[in-house]
Design a protein around this ligand. Structure first.
Ligand code: ADP
Ligand code: MG
Length: 693
């Protein structure tokens, strides 16, 4: 029976794996025996050697051996049993919060003890809390383990030992089968001195005693690097496959604009920057193709992305196609709508706004117009792609600020178009470090607007403690005297709009008290959309001196006369987010100021991060720092972490591999085209979905 097993057989064929267990394993995406091989340890316990107490460091998980030098019950905040151990090199305490009389008795003075546990700092020195232990009054301890002990990610109801046993069986099947097929050309591995896939898997599941444990724990072992390499390649190949599948659906080619774009440019009180012109050119080229554009435009805040988007939209509209512009928030959608309307109306282009809360009557009217093709440009939030929103001839979708379209959304888009897939233009103000862009956006072409419109003055940033609030308020008052308008931004860690709104309201009240006679507005997420728009309009018109706001103003809001921004508790925000916020000032010609008013105490890292903000206004530098300090998930935003959720690879640790991936992916597709689907299938859970697009 056992020798008939193959890696593609279901796990239930293994010994000790009943249907119940199989169901639980399916929750971990483990169904075939082969899947188990790719279920890798998340860490290893080293029980192969004894570490002298004198060389322990915090956080180490190790085996120690010594003699018991006193056991007693300690009455602190919680009663605990403490036991001191000495091994000639130092002294360690073990602490049990739950203990029995019998345990107290076993931990006898002078007996030998062996413990395995994690080293922590206790009130009197290094400790292990509830370690595993054995005590011997005479005789030897058992032999130490021969290999590092793998610990696997598991789920409720599957014991670590059970999982380990199943994986052992899977390794036996692997060996009986003579290993896994190798899809990487062997000579590719030599420059990095990486093992074959099969050897790498064997090493990771059953590291032998000679394995360099520290590199393994750090994830830098060649076996891990081998897998990371293939995983990064698989990820890249899958995005390319997705791109090809999307483009294979075709799109309606869009000709260069002869009428609308020149008319817009005549209307503009300024000329496009060189960078804007270049990016518009890249977009025009994409649009001319009979397959969908998949382009990401990156540009720092204030670089003028909206105009670039508008120019693309006008091109599509002139070709008789409709355009959908999606913004991440209703506030931003309204802002876009107002801006676009101002540009579009003189050109005779009809534009609509669709929000979740649009009244049924307005909505029906809008949707009728959309279906008949009378609405040429539709602005909105996610509502744009809901059921019941039917376009006459959707040809271009513009996604503002970092909404990344996943596979599902692309499928939905295809359904919205009646001829191929719409062209797609994504705009983001988050400068994405190069390695990250290569990984997360491998399915898109990237354009960068790397030039700000002329006449911008850089924002002077000051870092100041909240203790100096009074002084800050005096400065705000003086700035108002100079005719400046001010943003006062309140941040909160809590996600709750409710709490945010309350905090902002309290601040607004305090400011009103301190600065009687100043016009103060309060903007937060709990306000009705109409009230928000009214407030923004009043602020834009100069009727308000100070706008107290939550981080809802983070994206897109454009009031050139606002030249001072106070940010409370900037230490709570990511650098990219601070950069976005700060980008709301410095849009006019007067010199602008940003005050980062931090709360005490500020950690060393917190200080460093604010210092970065003070020193530079270069979004790329800030993003690189953010990446270093907080990792890729935070930089891309939680929405996108799925795109970079690797099983083995780590974008920072494996950056040296990552650099080579795009070229190698191209080469693989050229020289070994049949291998690529195998590599994708091996690494991507639900890999088949890439074929459906
Ligand atoms: P972002 O890239 O942050 O979306 P916007 O598109 O909102 O930037 O542009 C910011 C401001 O700069 C707007 O007021 C816009 O009208 C103005 N602007 C855009 N392009 C130019 C340009 N070439 N010259 C001068 N001002 C420009
Ligand atoms: Mg914008």
């Amino acid at each position: 029976m056992q020798n008939a097993l193959t890696l593609s057989a279901p796990i239930s064929r293994l010994k000790g794996a009943g249907p119940k267990l199989a169901d639980k394993l399916a929750q971990l995406e483990l169904t075939s025996i082969g899947d188990l091989l790719f279920h890798l340890p998340y860490k290893y316990q080293d029980r192969t050697r004894i570490t002298p107490i004198g060389s322990l460091r915090l956080g180490m998980a190790v085996v120690i051996e010594g003699d018991i030098r006193g056991t007693q019950v300690a009455f602190g905040r919680r009663r605990s049993l403490i036991c001191r151990i000495q091994d000639g090199s130092g002294l360690l305490t073990i602490r049990l919060f739950h203990f029995t009389k019998a345990q107290q008795h076993v931990l006898k003075n002078g007996a030998a003890i062996r413990c395995y546990g994690e080293v922590r700092m206790g009130p009197t020195g290094l400790e292990m809390i509830h370690p595993e232990y054995q005590v011997r009054e005479q005789g030897e301890f058992e032999a130490l383990d021969q290999r590092l002990t793998p610990l696997y990610p598991t789920t409720e109801g599957i014991h670590q030992i059970r999982l380990r046993n199943l994986i052992e069986q899977a390794l036996d099947v692997l060996n009986a089968q003579g290993g896994l097929p190798e899809w990487l050309p062997p000579d590719w591995l030599t420059p990095w001195q990486l093992p074959s896939l099969t050897d790498a898997l064997r090493t990771l599941h059953r590291p032998d005693p000679n394995t360099d444990t520290q590199t393994l724990l750090d994830g830098e072992h060649p076996a891990q690097q081998r897998l990371a390499f293939e995983e990064l390649l698989a990820h890249h190949l899958s995005l390319q496959a997705l791109r090809q599948a999307t483009q294979a659906t075709g799109a309606q080619p869009i000709a260069k604009s002869k009428r609308l774009v020149p008319a817009l440019r005549d209307q503009l009180p300024f000329s496009l920057t060189g960078a804007q012109q270049r990016v518009c050119g890249e977009i025009a080229q994409d649009l001319a193709h009979p397959f969908p554009m998949l382009r990401l435009v990156q540009g720092d805040v204030g670089a003028g992305k909206t105009l670039v988007a508008l120019i693309a939209a006008l091109q599509a509209i002139e070709s008789g196609l409709q355009v959908a512009l999606m913004a991440p928030t209703e506030l931003l959608a309204e802002q876009h709508f107002l801006n676009m309307q101002a540009w579009c109306e003189p050109l005779g282009v009809s534009i609509g706004l669709l929000l979740g809360k649009t009244s049924r009557k307005d909505r029906n009217q809008l949707l009728d117009g959309l279906e008949r093709g009378e609405v040429q440009l539709l602005v909105g939030t996610h509502a744009l792609f809901q059921k019941g929103v039917d376009y006459h001839n959707l040809g271009l979708v513009i996604i503002d600020e970092q909404h990344r379209f996943g596979v599902q959304q692309r499928l939905a888009l295809k359904e919205k178009a009646n001829n191929g897939t719409p062209h797609q233009l994504t705009m983001t103000a988050t400068p994405i470090p190069r390695t990250l862009a290569m990984t997360a956006f491998a399915d898109m072409d990237i354009s960068i607007i790397d030039e700000l419109p002329p006449g911008r003055t850089p924002v002077t940033t000051t870092v100041i403690s909240q203790d100096r609030r009074e002084a800050v308020i005096r400065r705000v008052n003086a700035a108002c005297d100079d005719g400046r308008q001010i943003y006062w931004v309140c941040t909160l860690i809590e996600e709750s709009e409710e709490l945010q709104a309350e905090a902002a309201e309290a601040t607004a009240n305090r400011l009103a008290e301190a600065l009687p006679g100043r016009q103060i507005g309060l903007l937060h997420g709990k306000l009705k959309a109409a009230d928000k728009s009214r407030l923004m309009a009043a602020f834009k018109a100069g009727e308000l001196d100070i706008l107290v706001a939550t981080t809802v103003i983070e994206v897109g809001v454009d009031v050139p006369n606002a030249s001072v921004m106070i940010i409370e508790n900037p230490e709570r925000l990511g650098l990219a987010q601070l950069h976005q916020l700060r980008g709301r000032v410095g849009r006019g010609t007067t010199e602008s100021y940003c005050l980062l008013m931090f709360g005490q105490p500020l950690s060393e890292q917190g200080k460093q991060r604010l210092e970065v903000m003070r020193q530079t206004s270069d979004g790329f530098v800030i993003a690189e720092e953010d990446l270093k300090l907080r990792g890729p998930g935070e930089v891309l935003g939680t929405r996108q972490t799925g795109a970079v959720g690797f099983r083995v690879a780590d974008m920072e640790r494996d950056a040296h591999l990552l650099e080579h991936i795009p070229a190698l992916a191209d080469r693989l597709n050229r020289e070994y085209p049949s291998h690529s689907p195998h590599i994708i299938a091996r690494w991507l859970i639900n890999a088949d979905r890439y074929a459906q697009v």
